[in-house]
Write a protein that binds this ligand. Structure first.
Ligand code: HEC
Ligand code: HEC
Length: 281
């Protein structure tokens, strides 16, 4: 029997190696989907030209958000060691994404949606970080943001551990529309202090200015002023193609170009969640 032991050990080692590789592949695929599709980090972190994301600059930063309270510049989140996040540890990246705190202790400001990213599950944040490490590093130094408002001391207590959502369409849709895709950040009115008015969740009204003029985030609740009269197919077309129920092309900044690769299950979950919201006039 003895002679077979090394062979068995070798087979066992190979088996666990294959398992580890399969796990890595699944983690990276999940991370890619979160960063490139549902989370659409590139909607802010990739410079946009007239044709959408600029080629060769994926996640390299530089987009300027010029608003009365701030002039924010999206940083480079590629693994470039000098100008990106190449030297950050996984824990530092997780803290930046979920808590809005950089390795040097400074606070990250809006419009980075940290208050919603606090709800990202441990698994999903790990997947995002694993994927970010694999994107091509781009050397691109960007200016610092300037905030004319007082940033809070922190966005909340340290995030210890976040479990995945319950496995029901509404719970998965809620997680997707809040923690991951931050639909609800754009589609919920802002209070003067700068946070969403969660008593009017999904009621719309926020204005976005840009080269397209002014776009107003719509009411996504089941009220007649919102998606009450919309079919599922119309909602899916709006989210994945940027076309309203009246056939009008929607203006930016919603990330249709990324959402078009959402899975049918994700779209179904989103609809289940939106239809479960209290109707808002
Ligand atoms: C709505 C726009 C927006 C979205 C969406 C967004 N970010 Fe950001 N992010 C920003 C801005 C702007 C900053 C810098 C704010 C500042 O200068 O304080 C930032 C900062 C960061 C930082 C800190 C980097 C540094 O060098 O300071 C990381 C890491 C980061 N974002 C990762 C992500 C990831 C991962 C996603 C997608 C899950 C994402 N962001 C989605 C706008 C956005
Ligand atoms: C960065 C801000 C932003 C994010 C994030 C965002 N949206 Fe939007 N959305 C808008 C704006 C602005 C409009 C209106 C554009 C227009 O009228 O031309 C819009 C329009 C829509 C419409 C069409 C409604 C109508 O009456 O025409 C639907 C449906 C929609 N969004 C759903 C979603 C969902 C679901 C998500 C998340 C997966 C999401 N949005 C994420 C800003 C955003």
């Amino acid at each position: 029997m003895r002679v077979f032991l090394p062979a068995i050990a070798a087979v066992a080692a190979l088996f666990s190696l294959n398992q580890a590789v399969a796990q890595d592949t699944a983690l990276l695929a999940r991370g890619r989907h979160l960063v490139e599709v549902t989370g659409a980090c590139g909607n802010c972190h990739t410079p946009m030209g007239p044709q959408g994301p600029v080629a060769g600059k994926a996640l390299a930063g530089g987009t300027v958000f010029d608003e009365p309270p701030f002039r924010a510049v999206a940083p480079n989140i590629t693994p470039d060691p000098e100008t990106g996040i190449g030297r950050w540890t996984d824990a530092q990246l997780a803290r930046a994404i979920r808590e809005g705190i950089r390795p040097d202790g400074s606070l990250i400001g809006p419009p980075m949606p940290m208050t919603l990213y606090r709800g990202l599950s441990d698994q999903d944040v790990a997947a995002m970080i694993a994927y970010l490490r694999t994107v091509p590093p781009v050397a691109n130094a960007v200016e610092r943001s300037v905030y004319r408002i007082q940033l809070p001391p922190a966005y909340g207590p340290p995030v210890a551990s976040v479990p995945p959502p319950a496995d029901t369409p509404v719970a998965r849709g809620e997680y997707l529309a809040n923690a991951v895709a931050h639909c609800m950040e754009c589609h919920t009115p802002m209070l003067p202090a700068g946070q969403n008015d969660r008593t009017r969740l999904g009621a719309g009204g926020m204005e976005f200015r840009g080269p397209w003029g002014v776009s107003v985030a719509r009411n996504l609740t089941p009220h007649a002023n919102g998606l009450g009269g919309w079919t599922d197919a119309q909602i899916i077309r709006a989210v994945t193609q940027g076309i309203s129920s009246t056939d009008r092309p929607l203006a930016p900044p919603m990330a249709f170009w990324a959402y078009r690769n959402m899975t049918p299950q994700e779209l179904g979950d989103l609809i289940a969640y939106l239809r479960s919201l209290p109707p808002q006039p």
